[in-house]
Design a protein around this ligand. Structure first.
Ligand SMILES: [Zn+2]
Length: 251
């Protein structure tokens, strides 16, 4: 009982501290022109947000961001994403060779490198294991498109990637056909991946994905969600096109 109370207070204190420290990183615009040291701080902050929001238990998840054409900053293996320091992060080149950092790079770095090779528009990727998204990934259920306006704008259609052993070439091969068409992916029996022009956008997409999956499960006992008509969905897609927003369905 005491332990629980202590943990709860610790968590509340940490959340409060986080709110104070990180108000400066509220929007993707806050991310433009950051130095490498600030990007490192922001990546640790994004890791903390994942942990606080229950999207990365134990040492789950990994995060990456382009530093330049040749270098990717990413998270190390075997660390809670909620408690990383900037010096824990590692840098790899585009072939996955670790070029700096004392810790060992995440075993899932190939997934991130594949993203950067295939998508010039993407500067950051977040991989996590949020509970409701996992429920869809574990049951091979693709969340339906055309249900929520915001989800259409922020995520577009969510990919369902078949299972392959994490960290292997086979896994990268399973993901490859989907990379060019989506911003959010559910990976069967594993987790979720979201992409963005920056860390904040990639994280926002993870939040939206998890929130959407939770909503779908909440709607089930109410008879399940209704779909926006195809015609109205086309209207949204046309709007996205006009706004210059990426959507694989418009390519
Ligand atoms: Zn994973």
């Amino acid at each position: 009982m005491m332990d629980n109370l202590w943990l709860e207070r610790k968590r509340q204190g940490e959340e409060e501290q986080m709110r104070k420290e990180t108000r400066k990183w509220g929007t993707p615009e806050d991310e433009s022109g950051l130095s490498e040291s600030e990007i490192r701080d922001l990546m640790c902050e994004i890791g903390h947000r994942l942990w606080v929001k229950d999207m990365a238990a134990a040492n789950d998840g990994n995060i990456s961001c382009r530093l330049d054409e040749q270098r990717i900053l990413t998270t190390p293996t075997m660390i809670s994403k909620g408690f990383m320091d900037p010096e824990d992060l590692v840098v790899v080149d585009m072939d996955g060779r670790q070029v700096s950092g004392k810790r060992k790079v995440t075993s899932e770095v190939r997934m991130h490198l594949l993203v950067y090779r295939e998508r010039n528009d993407v500067r950051a990727a977040v991989h996590a294991h949020p509970r409701h998204a996992l429920a869809f990934a574990a049951t091979h259920t693709a969340p339906p498109p055309g249900v929520l306006n915001e989800v259409e704008y922020v995520l577009g259609e969510i990919a369902l990637v078949p299972y392959a052993l994490a960290g292997t070439q086979e896994f990268a091969d399973a993901l490859a056909p989907f990379i060019g068409l989506h911003q959010a992916f559910l990976i069967a029996h594993h987790g979720a991946l979201t992409l963005g022009e920056g860390l904040i956008e990639a994280f926002w997409r993870m939040e939206t994905l998890e929130n959407y999956c939770a909503m779908l499960l909440a709607a089930d006992p109410l008879g399940g969600v209704k779909r926006i008509s195809d015609e109205r969905l086309r209207e949204i897609l046309e709007n996205k096109k006009k706004m210059g927003l990426f959507d694989g369905r418009c390519l």
